[in-house]
Design a protein around this ligand. Sequence first.
Ligand code: DAH
Length: 357
Amino acid sequence: MDDLKEKYLAKIADAEDEAALEDLRVQAIGKKGEISLKMRELGRMSPEERQVAGPKLNALKNEITSALAARKAALADAALEERLRNEWLDVTLPGRPRRQGSIHPVSQVTEEITAIFADMGFAVAEGPQIESDWYNFDALNIPPEHPARQEHDTFFMSRAPGDTRPPHVLRTHTSPVQIRAMQAQGAPIRIIAPGRVYRMDMDQTHTPMFHQVEGLAVGRDISMANLKWVLEEFCRAFFEVDEVEIRFRASHFPFTEPSAEVDIRCSWDGGSLKLGEGDDWMEILGSGMVHPKVLEAGGIDPQQWQGFAFGIGIDRLAMLKYGIPDLRAFFESDLRWLRHYGFPALDIPTLHGGLSR
Ligand code: DAH
């Protein structure tokens, strides 16, 4: 018995891991273990012998059991010590100033536009991107047979088979927010509505999803002169340079009368886009006096109220202001592009603090 004891205690002390300990447990006190077999022999002993051997064997078994447990605990302690040594971290080291994320030019420009119009008393309004046919077209004086519907290259949602109602659309412009805002607030009203719009179109200056900001101002005697001043003021503030040149061009939209488009002088020389020079003009917005039928659709009496509206292409403003030649790259999520054209996350555009510094 002393031999057994010595043998197992030595082996347990040397065991390197839990698996080795388990092997030893089975060898010693498992069902067919050496000590268990010895215990079975007790039955064949004389009562006197048994009285001596029984307690000894039990004591031996207990001793082995506690040696196994002690070794197991020691191994766990050692493993923990080892981890604490290896996973040590000096939390007093200075942090690494790495610029991880950046603000996308579209978000940046949206913030800049919002800051400028907020300063002129415009609140921000919102509407859904999946829009009803009525809000996207009819309410804006574009009835079903109107040719303007074709020009919009609309994405249609599907309807259940047999459902003959006109399908919903991915809004083709932010103009339906005019109607929703008028219905919600009535007149007078002064809002802008930035957001995503969708059209089936794709080239260097068009993507199937792009961004517009709608503007709407309705009051007792708001005129075309107010519109012109607001747009000129906006362009001056937005482009932050002296030599930007804009032109108003007579145009036509079903939802305004009269209507005007605004272009900005730019050049595309050598594949790069430059503002305020060259012989090219880039269209950046449509505008006009809100059509009486549109006021009516918004629940506003055109005998009492009048106003102007405009729709600006946000992505195009971003291209012009920051000299980004290809619109498609805006939505490719190429990290190198994002790092190059992105803006620091904590510099929020304000008129007093600077729009883009
Ligand atoms: N909704 C027009 C478009 O997407 C842009 C526009 C033109 C908006 C004139 C207006 C406006 O509010 O008055 O092409």
